[in-house]
Design a protein around this ligand. Structure first.
Ligand SMILES: O=CC(=O)O
Length: 326
């Protein structure tokens, strides 16, 4: 460990949830790294750690015990936009800031949102199975899908990612509706979107409903029985936000009873779903393993955004991307 550099606690180096191998040198040039495993084995290393890096995917257990062991800790840098895995109030009671990476993830997540929309709309999963089957055929009615051009996309949550999705949808010549806490006049104008103050209005008119909100007490189970009843039977739900934004039992029922046509989900609860979960067996469901940010570019940008926040904290500057308002 290089004693000259500020100390950083990281979950792990390499592995599936750790700092990617290709980012290790970049980090090591700036910080003296210690992993959680090393920390657990030898706690006295910790006292001089002033920053932490965590990946939401590991649902890191940032508890009082850890915070007490890090008396000089200034900031927890969390990869990704969502911070629902961290108890920010509790963390800030220790004088520690939390920073996320809201800019790094916008394009990759918006791209995945459109991927899910296209894959579900065009019955791509089934088409792929037919294409690779030994008994493949020249034409199959099951791969006749829904249209995109001219159809209505309802975006629930017009933040950074929602807006990027709207830009992509505009290029696909879709009609765009959005529901958001606040109206976004400039964004509306630039993509030709219409604001729906009531979520029900958006649900009733949309052919594709895209969930892009942060998970919070206000948005938990935002989509329940009533909301599915509001949707068109021909409509599809796409969720790239957090699983808990949807009442999953109500979703299963809506899919089983034909209240809605299909769902494409990057997020569920829990993740991954138990292997006997009904959503895994439905032909009108496309599942991805929570991979909105999983591109090389986004991972690199996330690391850069986290390092910026950590360097700010080390240098006593206002911390970039500090998460406030909890
Ligand atoms: O889920 C990924 C993120 O929060 O960016």
């Amino acid at each position: 460990m290089n004693k000259e550099l500020p100390g950083a606690l990281v979950e792990e180096i390499g592995g599936t949830i750790g700092v990617m191998e290709e980012h290790v040198d970049f980090l090591k040039e700036r910080f003296s790294l210690i992993t959680m495993k090393e920390f657990k084995e030898n706690k006295e290393h910790l006292a001089d750690k002033i920053v932490c890096i965590f990946n939401w995917a590991n649902k890191p257990d940032v508890n009082s015990e850890l915070l007490k062991a890090l008396p000089r800790l200034k900031v927890i840098a969390s990869a990704g936009a969502g911070v629902d895995h961290l108890d920010i109030k509790m963390i800030s009671s220790y004088g520690v800031k939390v920073a996320n990476t809201p800019h790094a993830v916008t394009n990759s997540t918006a791209d995945l949102a459109m991927t899910l929309l296209l894959v579900a709309a065009r019955n791509f999963m089934e088409a792929h199975q037919i294409a690779v089957s030994p008994n493949t055929v020249r034409f199959h009615a099951n791969w006749v899908g829904g249209d995109i051009t001219g159809m209505t996309l309802g975006i629930v949550g017009m933040g950074r990612i929602g807006y990027k999705i709207a830009q992509r949808a505009k290029a696909f010549e879709m009609k765009i509706l959005y529901h958001n806490r606040h109206r976004r006049p400039e964004e509306e104008k630039s993509v030709g979107a219409s604001y729906c103050e009531r979520l029900d209005d958006l649900l009733q008119q949309s052919d594709y409903v895209m969930l892009v909100v942060n998970l919070s007490p206000e948005t938990e189970k935002l989509m329940g029985k009533h909301e599915f009843q509001m949707m068109k039977p021909s409509a599809m739900l796409i969720n790239i936000s957090r699983g808990l934004v949807v009442d999953q039992e109500a979703l299963v029922e809506a899919l089983e009873t034909g209240q809605i046509k299909a769902a494409a989900l990057d997020v569920t609860y829990p993740e991954p779903l138990p292997r006997d979960h009904p959503l895994l067996k439905m032909s009108n469901v496309v599942l991805a393993p929570h991979m909105g940010t999983a591109t090389r570019g986004a991972l690199r940008l996330m690391m850069e955004e986290m390092v910026q926040s950590m360097m700010d904290a080390v240098n006593g500057l206002p911390v970039s991307n500090e998460v406030t308002g909890f």
